[in-house]
Design a protein around this ligand. Sequence first.
Ligand SMILES: NC(=O)c1ccc[n+]([C@@H]2O[C@H](COP(=O)([O-])OP(=O)(O)OC[C@H]3O[C@@H](n4cnc5c(N)ncnc54)[C@H](O)[C@@H]3O)[C@@H](O)[C@H]2O)c1
Length: 359
Amino acid sequence: MARNGKTGIGIIGFGGIAQGAHMGNYLKQTDTCEVIAIADVAEERRAQAKDKFAVEHILEDYHKLLAMPEIDAVSVCTPNGWHKQITIDALRAGKHVLCEKPMAMNSGECLEMISASKETGNKLQIGYNMRFSPGAQSLKRAIDQGMMGDIYHASAKAMRRRGVPTWGVFIDKEKNGGGPLIDIGVHITDMTLWLMGHPKPVTVSGRADAFIARRGDVVGMWGQWDPKKYTVEDFATAMIRFEDGRTMHLMSSFVANIDREHFDTQLYGTGAGAFFDANAGQYTMYREEFGTLTDTTAGWLPKVESTHGEEIKMFIKAVQNDLTIEEVGAATGEQALMVTQIIDGIFRSSEEGREVTIG
Ligand SMILES: NC(=O)c1ccc[n+]([C@@H]2O[C@H](COP(=O)([O-])OP(=O)(O)OC[C@H]3O[C@@H](n4cnc5c(N)ncnc54)[C@H](O)[C@@H]3O)[C@@H](O)[C@H]2O)c1
């Protein structure tokens, strides 16, 4: 425990998401936690940490951070390829872990992380933050109160027209594990599974491939990438079946010739349908009422500063009150594993050209 009864925090990997979402949100909670150390392998990131924030320890080697007894909990904000090892090392060093999404490179790695959390009794939360949007929370309450009847199908999209990340390792299959599916498709998949009540995925039929991004003449809205280094898919589509017979369709892209970005999920229920727009944080529910067809949207939604802020508040709440990650409503390792099983299944199905069994 850090000084004055506060939760001592360490941040491992101090790039975009650590600086943009984790650090600032921990700093908003100085009554409950204190960031004691940051570790990053890159000199430039350590220099940024030193210039911008008054943190006592800025380290190159994350093992040194994990050896500090005053650190109770860590954010793992490194590229995907490092999530598993750092999370397991942190759990074994007695720390609770908030690991960024996707949970890991594949389901095997996720299972190892879950085992380490169980063995050590330390908490493991995964950074699926979208579910904390007030619109998503409101829709979930409506579903839990039975407003939609049985949700028998969902159609989820995380589609960018031209949105290839040109920093980090996002276009490198070996280091990132995949492209749009593992980067943004996972967010909308987590959201959809959560809204559906986490049915167990059992089969997947999908295709993931690079159709456009390996050409040298493609417009880059976020800068230009090297098409020769583009080893991930640029588009993926899949049909997922759950153990209880329900179905889900998923599409994800970094590049596609479409009108605009789509980040949404459409739920088909026997009592109502709903369309949740993750970018707008709003939903519309479609029903039959009074002999008419009605469309309902929230006229007012509770305010939260940010979904990342809520995710971090929930992590600290779980640690300080010894609640489970499920009890605070955040993404558990087991829930995030289901997302990764679906992604693994899509890649395998695409390679084999047929439906595959997962889980
Ligand atoms: N939840 C979200 O909305 C969201 C948004 C963006 C990124 N992310 C996730 O966050 C993670 C990081 O993404 P980013 O955009 O911040 O990438 P980034 O490349 O900007 O930052 C990653 C940092 O990790 C450091 N690093 C690499 N290996 C390390 C190691 N072994 N020890 C310590 N530091 C190490 C790098 O030097 C770099 O500074 C990814 O897994 C990504 O999927 C989540």
